[in-house]
Design a protein around this ligand. Structure first.
Ligand SMILES: Nc1nc2c(c(=O)[nH]1)N[C@H]1C(S)=C(S)[C@@H](COP(=O)(O)OP(=O)(O)OC[C@H]3O[C@@H](n4cnc5c(=O)[nH]c(N)nc54)[C@H](O)[C@@H]3O)O[C@H]1N2
Ligand SMILES: Nc1nc2c(c(=O)[nH]1)N[C@H]1C(S)=C(S)[C@@H](COP(=O)(O)OP(=O)(O)OC[C@H]3O[C@@H](n4cnc5c(=O)[nH]c(N)nc54)[C@H](O)[C@@H]3O)O[C@H]1N2
Ligand code: SF4
Ligand SMILES: [Mo]
Length: 729
C-alpha cells in the first residue's frame, strides 16, 4: 500500500525557457550528483537537470536534486542577523558588524569567566570543505576551545572509528564502480533506493548487465529488501552476532583467504577463537536468522571471486556501531575483499559533505586527518598557520553527544550551532530542551530563521544556501566535486565562509593567521597540507577547473597525476595505514545492552528516513512538491499488530516511551514486523521525544534505531487539531 501518495497529483514541472545552464553539485545526500541549474534570460533560476557527463549520476537526479532550485526562494529563510538578550524575548533585526562584535565579545566573556572550553562549537556535514577548514582555523586557532564537534557524531562517527581501528585510517576504500565487478553484494542497515537513490540506480544498472546475489540485512522490508535476492530480517541490534556466525562458518569450512590473512592482517587467531563461540545453531536464537540461511549466506559471500559490503545507519547508529563496522571489515579482510574491484568494505556516507568534515574540519583533530595527540602534527599545523603549538590541546575534547550533557552539568555555558538542528535531531528531546534553557549564550547559524533550535538562540546568523555560495564536497567514494555559485545570496544572508572569516578578525590570533579571501584560494592552501607520499588524502593535483572539467575527482589525486582520474580504490597493494602496514582483525563480542520491548513497552521503535524528506525538513518541508508526499508525522505498523490493538489505517495514535510521548498517524504496512514500529525522524516533536539514544562507547554515536514504546489510543479530533497546531509548514 502506498501511503498518502495514491491520490496525490503527480509532480508537474512546467517547461520554462532556459537561457543558460550553470554547473554545480547537489547539496543533500552523499551520493554527489552533478547538477546543472537553468537560468532564464532575466537571470532567474527556473530548472535543474542532472549532468549527463558526470560519472556519478550520468544525467540522473532524485526528487530532491530535481527540485533543489526551489530552495532559494523557500519560506522561513532568514534574511538579516537577529539579536536579543534573553531567548524568550522578541528578536531585533541588526547588522552584521553588530551581531559579530556582540557574539565575539560574549564568547570572550564566557571564556574568561569559565575557561576556554566553556564555549562549544557544534557544526555539521553540510558545509563546503573550504568552509570546514576555515571554521577549524577559527575554532582551533583563534577561539581555542576544545569542545568542538559536528552532527557527524550522530551519523558517521562509528564508521570513522571502525575504519581507524581496522585499517589505521579513515577513508572508504571502495567506489561505485565496484558494483560492475562484484560477484556478491551485501547491505547492512542501508536503504539505498530511498536514501541514496542514484547509488542505487548505479547498483541496479550493474545488476541488470550481469546478475549477482544481493543480500539485504534490515529488520524492515525496505525498498532495497524488496529488490534483494535474500532479505535477512535481523533482530534489531544483533548484526555482530550474524557476522560472527558468518565468520564462524567461513573459518570452520576453510573458506577464508589464508594467504591474504597472513600477508596483510594481524589478529586472526584471536578472531578465530572469538567466533568459535558463535555457531549458527546458537546464533540464530539471538539474531533471528535461521542457521541454514546463515551458512548459505556465509558460503555465498566467501566463495564469490569478489564480494562487497555496504552499510549505513542500521550499523552506525547502534550501541556497538564501531564493533559492527570492524566486524564488516573483518568479513572482507578474511575473504581477501579489500582494495580489489568488486571486493570492498564501503561505508555509505550520509550528508553531502560528511567526508569533507572528516578530512578538513579539525573537529576531532587537525586538518588532513592529523591528530591533536601527536606533537609533530600540532607543530606542523601551528607552524603553517603561524601560531604557538601550545595553543592547541593535546587531545580531542568532547564529542557532540557529550557536549550537550556538559551543558546540563554547567560545564559549558555558551554554544555556537552551525548548520545543525539538534532540538529535532538529538535523542530525548525533553532533555535537550532543558539543556538549551541552561545556556548563557547561543548562536544559531542557519539558512532558516524558523529552524526549531532558534527558539533558544540569542543571536541568529542568516546563512546563504547551496549554490548561493561556492566550495567543494567529498562524496561517499572520496570524489571531490564543486558547488559553483549560480545566484547571489538572498537578502543580507552571507556564505558561512564569509561569517567565519569575519568572526576571526575579532580574535587575537585572527590577526596572525592568514584567512584567504576566496574559497578557491583556501583550497590551494589546503592542497599544501595534503601533500605526502604516504598520505591517502592527497588532493594536491586538483584545481577548481580540473574538478569541474572532470565533474568530480577521487582522492588520492597527487601533483603528478596524469589525466583527470584519481585512485578508484584504497589499499590495492594490501598496505594499510598502521605501523606495520597490516590491517587489524578485531574480535567483537556481542553485548546485549539495548532497551528492548517488554510487557509495558511492547514495540521496538525504529527510525530513519523517507526519500522525499531530508533530515529535520527545514528544506524539504518548504518545497510543496516534496512535502505533499508526507506532510504529517506517521509511523509504519504491521496490520496484525494494528488489528490486535484496534488501530485503523490513517488514524492517530499516541506513542509512549520511558522518555516521553508523540502523536502520529498510523500507516498499516507489512514493511515492519509485528513487534516493531518505524518512524521517519524528519518531524519536529516526534520520534526524538521517544528515543533513548544510548551511546556507542568508542564513537559516542547514539543508538537511534533501538528503543521500546507502547501504543495508546487518542481522541482523533484532538490529535488532528494538535497536529495542525504543531506543524510549522
Ligand atoms: N531522502 C533522504 N536521503 C538521505 C537522508 C535523508 O534525510 N533523506 N539523509 C542522509 C544521511 S545524513 C544519512 S546518515 C543516510 C542514512 O541512510 P540509511 O542508513 O540508509 O537510512 P535510515 O533510514 O536511517 O536507516 C537504514 C535502515 O536501517 C535499518 N535498521 C534499523 N535497525 C537495524 C539493525 O539493528 N540492523 C540493521 N542491519 N538495520 C537496521 C532501518 O530499518 C532502516 O531501514 O541517508 C542520507 N540520505
Ligand atoms: N531518531 C533519529 N534521529 C536522527 C537520525 C535517525 O536516523 N533517527 N539520524 C541522525 C543523522 S544520521 C543525522 S546526519 C542527523 C542530522 O541532524 P541535523 O544536522 O540536526 O539535521 P538537519 O535538518 O540536516 O540540520 C541542518 C541544518 O542546517 C541548515 N543548513 C543547510 N545548509 C546550510 C548551510 O549551507 N549553512 C548553514 N549555516 N546552515 C545550513 C538547515 O536549514 C538545517 O537547519 O540527525 C540524526 N538524528
Ligand atoms: S541522490 Fe543524493 S546527491 Fe543525487 S540528487 Fe538525490 S539527494 Fe542529490
Ligand atoms: Mo546522517
Amino acid at each position: 500500500m502506498i501511503f498518502g501518495r495514491k491520490k496525490r497529483k503527480p509532480i508537474v514541472i512546467p517547461a520554462k525557457p532556459v537561457a543558460e545552464w550553470k554547473y554545480t553539485t547537489c547539496n543533500y545526500c552523499s551520493t554527489g550528483c552533478a547538477i546543472e541549474v537553468g537560468l532564464s534570460e532575466e537571470g532567474k533560476i527556473v530548472s535543474s537537470r542532472g549532468h549527463a557527463g558526470a560519472d556519478v549520476n550520468r544525467g540522473k537526479l532524485c526528487i530532491k536534486g530535481i527540485l533543489e532550485h526551489d530552495l532559494f526562494q523557500s519560506a522561513g529563510r532568514g534574511t538579516q542577523p537577529l539579536m536579543r538578550n534573553r531567548f524568550q524575548e522578541e528578536f531585533q533585526p541588526t547588522d552584521w558588524d553588530t551581531a559579530l562584535d556582540h557574539s565575539a565579545a560574549k564568547i570572550k566573556e564566557i571564556q574568561q569567566k569559565y575557561g576556554r572550553d566553556s564555549f562549544a562549537v557544534v557544526s555539521t556535514g553540510q558545509l563546503y570543505t573550504e568552509e570546514f577548514y576555515t571554521l577549524g582555523k577559527l575554532v582551533r586557532g583563534c577561539i581555542g576551545t576544545n569542545n568542538y564537534d559536528g552532527n557527524t557524531t550522530l551519523c558517521m562517527a562509528s564508521a570513522v572509528a571502525g575504519y581507524k581501528r581496522s585499517f589505521g585510517s579513515d577513508g572508504p576504500p571502495g567506489c561505485y564502480e565496484d558494483f560492475e565487478h562484484t560477484q556478491c553484494f551485501m547491505a547492512f542497515g542501508s536503504n539505498l533506493p530511498e536514501q541514496h537513490p542514484i547509488i542505487y540506480w548505479r547498483l541496479k544498472e550493474a545488476h541488470e548487465k550481469r546478475a549477482f546475489p544481493i543480500i539485504c540485512v534490515d529488520p524492515r522490508v525496505t525498498m532495497l529488501a524488496q529488490f534483494a535476492d535474500i532479505h535477512l530480517p535481523i533482530t534489531p541490534g544483533t548484526d555482530c552476532v550474524l557476522i560472527n556466525a558468518m565468520l564462524h562458518v567461513i573459518i570452520s569450512e576453510g573458506l577464508h583467504d589464508e594467504e591474504y590473512i597472513r600477508a596483510h592482517t594481524n589478529g586472526f587467531e584471536e578472531l578465530k577463537a572469538t567466533v568459535a563461540d558463535y555457531d549458527p545453531v546458537q546464533a540464530q536464537h539471538i539474531c533471528g536468522i535461521d542457521e541454514d540461511m546463515i551458512r548459505h549466506v556465509a558460503r555465498l559471500y566467501a566463495k564469490a571471486d569478489a564480494a562487497m559490503s555496504i552499510w549505513t545507519m542500521g550499523i552506525n547508529q547502534s550501541t556497538h556501531g564501531t564493533d559492527g563496522v570492524c566486524n564488516i571489515n573483518n568479513l572482507n579482510l578474511i575473504t581477501g575483499n579489500i582494495g580489489k574491484p568488486g571486493g570492498t568494505s564501503l561505508s555509505i556516507t550520509g550528508q553531502c559533505n560528511a567526508m569533507g568534515t572528516r578530512e578538513w574540519s579539525s573537529c576531532s583533530g587537525l586538518p588532513g586527518y592529523r591528530k591533536l595527540e601527536e606533537a609533530a602534527h600540532r607543530e606542523e599545523i601551528a607552524d603553517f598557520w603561524g601560531i604557538d603549538p601550545e595553543f592547541f590541546p593535546k587531545q580531542r575534547g568532547l564529542a557532540q553527544t557529550d557536549i550537550f550533557p556538559a551543558i546540563e552539568a554547567g560545564q559549558i555555558k555558551g554554544l555556537w550551532l552551525v548548520a545543525t538542528n539538534p532540538l529535532t535531531s538529538m535523542p530525548n528531546q525533553a532533555r535537550m530542551r532543558k539543556m538549551f534553557e541552561k545556556l548563557d549564550f547561543l548562536i544559531v547559524q542557519d539558512v532558516y530563521e524558523d529552524v526549531e533550535t532558534n527558539q533558544y538562540s540569542h543571536v541568529f546568523f542568516p546563512a546563504a544556501v547551496w549554490a548561493e555560495k561556492e566550495g567543494c564536497q567529498t562524496n561517499t567514494e572520496r570524489r571531490v566535486n564543486l558547488v559553483r555559485k549560480v545566484i547571489e545570496p538572498m537578502g543580507d544572508c552571507k556564505a558561512d565562509f564569509w561569517i567565519f572569516r569575519e568572526m576571526a578578525k575579532r580574535f587575537e590570533n585572527g590577526q596572525v593567521i592568514n584567512f584567504p579571501e576566496t574559497t578557491e584560494a583556501t583550497f590551494e592552501e589546503m592542497k599544501e597540507l595534503s601533500v605526502g607520499a604516504d598520505r591517502t588524502l592527497d588532493i594536491s593535483g586538483m584545481t577548481y577547473s580540473k574538478i569541474e572539467q572532470a565533474k568530480g575527482i577521487q582522492w588520492p589525486y597527487r601533483e603528478d597525476a596524469q589525466g583527470l582520474k584519481g585512485d578508484a580504490r584504497l589499499y590495492t597493494d594490501g598496505k594499510f595505514q598502521t605501523p606495520d602496514g597490516k590491517a587489524n582483525l578485531i574480535a567483537v563480542k556481542f553485548r546485549d545492552n539495548n532497551e528492548k520491548p517488554d510487557d509495558s513497552y511492547p514495540f521496538w521503535c525504529n527510525s530513519g528516513r523517507v526519500v522525499e524528506h531530508f533530515h529535520t525538513r527545514t528544506k524539504t518541508g518548504k518545497i510543496g512538491n516534496q512535502n505533499k508526499f508526507s506532510p504529517t508525522p506517521y509511523m509504519e505498523i504491521n496490520p496484525d499488530a494494528a488489528e490486535e490493538l484496534g488501530v485503523e489505517h490513517l488514524s492517530y495514535v499516541r506513542l509512549v516511551s520511558r522518555r516521553g510521548d508523540a502523536v502520529v498517524l498510523a500507516q498499516l504496512t507489512h514493511r515492519v514486523p509485528r513487534d516493531m514500529i518505524f518512524i521517519p525522524f524528519h518531524f519536529y516533536d516526534c520520534v526524538n521525544r521517544l528515543t533513548l539514544g544510548l551511546l556507542d562507547p568508542i564513537s559516542r554515536q547514539p543508538a537511534f534505531k533501538q528503543c521500546a514504546v507502547r501504543i495508546e489510543k487518542v481522541d482523533q479530533q484532538e490529535a488532528a487539531r494538535l497536529n495542525v497546531e504543531r506543524r510549522t509548514y
